[in-house]
Structures are given as structure tokens and as C-alpha cells.
Design a protein around this ligand. Structure first.
Ligand code: AP5
Length: 210
């Protein structure tokens, strides 16, 4: 199954994509995580992306589209995938649809109030490998330490209040128009993404399997 998870920053795209991908046995492909890996590895792409990401702006389309289309051409993505954070504007959506294997089965739109988004992002803590926790809702077993690999947990550099405000504005301007684009294609399923994480996972699975 080929799925896109769409929603504002902090909606839970990464949390749910990781859980649903494990259940469906397909790769979870997060362009944000791929770009953070490039920055950590000091690649050319990472250097070109860093400043934009720190400010909460989108990384240029040509860079992200090339990175993503290359990734979905991988053998592990042939049976399906979940895209988290891509596409983020109409140019990316059209490029995806035109690329081999880029026609998706469903677009899962996660709906969350803005006050809940702010609460989630301010409490989010991640390790350098991208495992994600929340101080109140998904606390690690030992404070400040990743349950998976024992690495320290930190706040993402783009989770400061000012940058989050810009990320939300960019979402409204660039990404929200995708809702209409995918509605016209008959692909959108809406999920109310507040409440217990396992309950939301169950709702997503029911919706995409219907
Ligand atoms: P990216 O990493 O994609 O960030 P984002 O879209 O802003 O999304 P987030 O990762 O902030 O949130 P999420 O929805 O995944 O929520 P999460 O599951 O973590 O992108 C970062 C940057 O990279 C962009 O700003 C841009 O610069 C660049 N970029 C990436 N893709 C790009 C593209 N295609 N084109 C151009 N540039 C691109 O959950 C949030 C918190 O809430 C966690 O702490 C979690 O534990 C908690 N939580 C989750 N679900 C629940 C729940 N049900 N109840 C309570 N708490 C919950």
C-alpha cells in the first residue's frame, strides 16, 4: 500500500507513520528525517538544507524531489511505503504523481487543534537517530534517555516557538492547498488525531483498509 500522511507540524505524522509502517510492513519515509541525516553526515545536500530547516522554511523543491524519487525507487519501497512530510506543495505532489511508483492509494489527513500542536511540539524530545518521545504523553523510561538506543534526548533545533510559528505559516501557505488537490483525486481520508496514540493508529488502519 502506498500512503501519504499529511498534516501540520506536530500532528503526529511521524509517530503514526512509524507505527502503521511496522504493521503494514512497508518503509516509513520521512523527508525531514532524511534531511536531518544529511545534515548530521555533513553532505552537500545537508549543507544546502540546513539554513532553511533552522528557519522553518521549505528546502528547495529540486533537492527534495530528487532525494525522494530516488528513495521510492529502492527495492524495499516496491511493495509500498508511507510518506511523512512529502509532498509539501503542489510542485512536489505533481512530481510525485509523475514519477515511477508515485501514484498513491490514500492520503491520510491528520487533524489536530493548534493549541494541541503547540503543546505537543514544546514537549517533544528526540534522540539523534530520530526516535521521538513526549515529556508528558510518551515519556521515555529514564528521563532524558532514548529507550531504543540509550542516546540523550534533546529538543529539535526547529522546535523553538519562533520557528514553529513560521513552520505553521508555511504549512498554511504551501501545504494546505494539497488537501483540495487530493480531494479532487478522491484520495483523502480524514482522521481526528487527538487522543490515545494506539486509538489513532487503529482508526488510520481501518480507514486505509476500507
Ligand atoms: P519534518 O521533520 O517533516 O517536520 P514537520 O512536518 O514540521 O512535522 P513534525 O516532525 O514537527 O511533526 P509530526 O507531525 O511528525 O509529529 P510527531 O509524530 O513528531 O520537517 C522538518 C523540516 O524539514 C521542514 O520544516 C523543512 O524545512 C524540511 N522539509 C521536510 N520535508 C520537506 C519537503 N518535502 N520539502 C521541503 N522541505 C522539507 O509528534 C509530535 C509530538 O507529539 C511528539 O513528541 C509525539 O510524541 C507527540 N504525540 C504524537 N501523537 C500524539 C497523541 N496522539 N497524543 C499526544 N501526543 C502525541
Amino acid at each position: 500500500m502506498r500512503l501519504i500522511f499529511l498534516g501540520p507540524p506536530g500532528a503526529g505524522k511521524g509517530t503514526q507513520a512509524s507505527r502503521v509502517a511496522t504493521i503494514l510492513d512497508v518503509p516509513h519515509i520521512s523527508t525531514g528525517a532524511m534531511l536531518r541525516d544529511h545534515i548530521a553526515d555533513g553532505t552537500d545536500l545537508g549543507r544546502q538544507a540546513a539554513e532553511r530547516m533552522e528557519a522553518g522554511d521549505l528546502v528547495p523543491d529540486d533537492l527534495v524531489i530528487a532525494m525522494l524519487t530516488d528513495r521510492i525507487a529502492g527495492e524495499d519501497a516496491v511493495p509500498g511505503f508511507i510518506l511523512d512530510g512529502f509532498p509539501r506543495n503542489l510542485a512536489q505532489a505533481r512530481a510525485l504523481r509523475a514519477s515511477p511508483g508515485g501514484v498513491v492509494d490514500r492520503v491520510v489527513l491528520l487533524i489536530v487543534d493548534e493549541s494541541e500542536i503547540v503543546r505537543r511540539i514544546s514537549g517533544r524530545r528526540c534522540c539523534s537517530r530520530g526516535h521521538t518521545f513526549h515529556l508528558d504523553d510518551q515519556p521515555p523510561a529514564r528521563p532524558g534517555v532514548c529507550d531504543v538506543d540509550g542516546d540523550p534526548l534533546e529538543q529539535r533545533p526547529d522546535d523553538s516557538e519562533e520557528v514553529v510559528r513560521n513552520r505553521l505559516a508555511v504549512y498554511g501557505r504551501e501545504t494546505e492547498p494539497l488537501i483540495g488537490y487530493y480531494e479532487e483525486l478522491g484520495l483523502i481520508v480524514e482522521i481526528k488525531a487527538s487522543g490515545p496514540i494506539p486509538h489513532i493508529t487503529k482508526q488510520i488502519l481501518e480507514a486505509v483498509r476500507a
